[in-house]
Design a protein around this ligand. Sequence first.
Ligand SMILES: NC(=O)c1ccc[n+]([C@@H]2O[C@H](COP(=O)([O-])OP(=O)(O)OC[C@H]3O[C@@H](n4cnc5c(N)ncnc54)[C@H](OP(=O)(O)O)[C@@H]3O)[C@@H](O)[C@H]2O)c1
Length: 337
Amino acid sequence: MSNQAAILKERNAQLTIEERPIPKPGANELLVKNAAFATNPVDWKMQSSGYLIESYPTILGSDIAGTVEAVGSGVTHFKKGDRVTGFADVLVSKNPDNGAFQQYTILKDCAVTKLPRSMSFEEASILPMSVATAAVGVFLALDIPRPPAKHQGGFLVWGASSSVGTAVVQIATSLGYTVYGVCSPRHSAYVKKLGAHETFDYSDPSVVKNITQSLKAANEHAVLAFDTISEHGSAPMCAEVLEAFGGGKLCLTLPYPEDVKKPEGVEVSSTYAARVTTDSQDFGRWLFNEWLEKSLADKTYVPSPAIEKVDGGIQAVQKALDIHKKGLSGKKLVLTV
Ligand SMILES: NC(=O)c1ccc[n+]([C@@H]2O[C@H](COP(=O)([O-])OP(=O)(O)OC[C@H]3O[C@@H](n4cnc5c(N)ncnc54)[C@H](OP(=O)(O)O)[C@@H]3O)[C@@H](O)[C@H]2O)c1
C-alpha cells in the first residue's frame, strides 16, 4: 500500500505528487483513508507566503472525509471502518502526516465526527474548518454558553455567505438568536434558508445605517457580532453597529486593522479553528464527537455552503488552490480522492 500526496517543497512552489509512507496513529489518533477533501483560504495563503510553515517539504490542507483505517490505543469513540470527517491540523502540528492533501491522514480523535449513512464524503469534507472556526468563535471567543442553553437577541454575521459565515448563521440560529446576515443579494435567499432573519447588502454604502435602522425598527438589540471576512473595513463597520446599541462583543477571523481605533465598549476577540486540537481539546471533543455528530444525524446542522467538485483527485489540488485564490462566491471546492 502506498500513500500518494500533494507535496509543497518550498515557499510558493507548485504542489508535486509523490509517494510517501502511510503514517501510523499515536494513542489518541486515527489513520483515515481519505475519500474527499475541501480547500480553504489558508491553504493558498500558506503555499504562497510560507505563513504558518516551519519547514519543508510539507503537506497542506485541513478538511477531509473518509474511512477510518486504524485507531490508536487510547481511542474509544471510533473503530476501523467508521465513515468520518475531521480537522487535519498540520497548520499547528507542523507534521505532514496531519496534512489533508494525501491519501492517508492522521487526525486527533478530539476533532473527528462520525457521519450519517446518507451523507456523501464530498458533502462532509467541507465541515471541519468552517464548523471549528465558527464554534470556537461563538462558544470560546464570544463566550456564549453551549446548548442546551437558549439565547435571545440580535446576532450580526458579516460575510454570512462565506464558508465560516454559513456555519455561524446555523449555530447562532440554533442557539435561539435572531440572525442578521451581511452578504450579496444573490446569496440572501440561501442565507435566510440557513436561518437568517434578514440580510443586508455589504456593497451598499449605507449598510451600517440600514442594519441599525432595521434592528431599531424591530425593537431588537445587537450585542453580538461575528465578522467572518475581517477585511475591506468590515470589522470597524461591525463595531459601529454594536456601538449604536451601546457596545457589545465582536469576534473576527483575522486581526482588527491596526490603523483603526477600536470603539469604546466593543470587546474584540478572534477565533482560531486549531484551538480544537491544541488548548481546547475537551471543547473539540464536545463539538466534533457529540454536538456535530448529533446535529448531522438529526439534520439540525447541514454542510454549507454549496459544493463545487474539481475533477482530477490529488493531482488537481493545485488547480483547486489556484481557483480558490481567485475568490469563491457562496461555494466550497471539493476533490474526490
Ligand atoms: N481564524 C481562523 O481560524 C480562520 C479559519 C477559517 C477561515 N479564516 C479566514 O476567514 C476568512 C473567510 O474564510 P472562508 O473560508 O469562510 O471564506 P470564503 O467562503 O472563501 O469567502 C467567500 C465569501 O465571502 C463573501 N464576501 C467576500 N467579501 C465580503 C465582504 N466584504 N462582506 C461580506 N461578504 C463578503 C463572498 O460573497 P460574494 O461573492 O457575494 O461577495 C463569498 O461568498 C478568510 O480570510 C480565511 O482565511 C480564519
